[in-house]
Design a protein around this ligand. Sequence first.
Ligand code: NDP
Length: 318
Amino acid sequence: MSSESALTIKLKLNNGIEAPAIALGTANPSESRPKVKETVKAAVKGGYRHIDTAWFYGTEEYIGEALAELFAEGVVKREDLFITTKVWPSNWNNPSRSIDESLKRLGLDYVDLVLQHWPLTFKADADGKPIIKDGNSVLDEDGDYLVTWKKLIELYKKDNKKIRSIGVSNYTIKYLERLLKETDVVPVVNQVELHPSLPQVDLVKFGKSKGIITEAYSPLGSGGAPLLKLPIVETLAKKYDVSGADVLVNYHVKSGRFVAPRSTNIERVTRGFKSVPLTADDLKSLDQEGIDHPHRYINPGFAKSVGYDNWGEEKPFK
Ligand code: NDP
């Protein structure tokens, strides 16, 4: 029914910069990280122009290798791509170092978007790596997560050729309200877990009212893509003769949101996603699924202090 690619859909950030709505996610489990190089190459050749990574993911160096080859082969130029990275809470007091390390690993002289990964502060060793106790990162009780945002603003204002845009991740309304009250740059994006089982209707609406675009992470429900089995997703896939993944991705782009699906399957990333003409009623039905049966898949122990509700089973975060 639909053969147009959704990969060309773009959104405009509140600083005027345009970015492709669909990003390739790269928070891979350690065993599949080396696959990220070939995945990124195949994804870009297949039409992806936005890549989502983080200082913490351990995938930046593989993305860097892929980008170097794509540039050398003349497949794309740097300015054709939108690259996002993030500052982990162990670097809460030194985002500049974190960004420089990310740029070095990526082999780039600028990133298009830097996100504060979590509104948290962790104790760190001399290299900025989190100190782990009993399997969990140790919170730095003397720290203030808003310091990271203030430092990102300073860096952005000083040198926005190195950091083209700044945003946040894992912020709730309460955290956004404080940020907006105490600082003078509105994040371009708030990247949060968001899918039909966790539609975050109030957070999305709040962001929109302030010029913050919500970006969906874990759009397939993370490892194993459990959300493909939701009956509403299967029904809509059948209705439009597309895959469940097409439905789950279009749920966001057709709502004016960013989305970062992950895959290291070369065939899938080469195929990309079709544009699906979901109606307002379809989008409402997808929201309703999570309003009735909320479930969160990303649940690291340290996130408790952010005050999330609708927790799923708590899982270690590696
Ligand atoms: P996703 O929800 O994207 O799901 C990934 C899983 O879905 C993988 O097992 C993948 O397997 C499978 N999959 C992908 N496409 C298909 C398909 N078409 N059919 C069947 N299975 C499929 O998981 P993530 O939790 O990784 O979230 C996506 C991205 O969001 C991350 O990679 C990261 O970039 C970002 N993120 C950000 C966070 C934050 O705190 N800011 C937290 C978590 C994620 P396969 O590889 O075999 O295709």
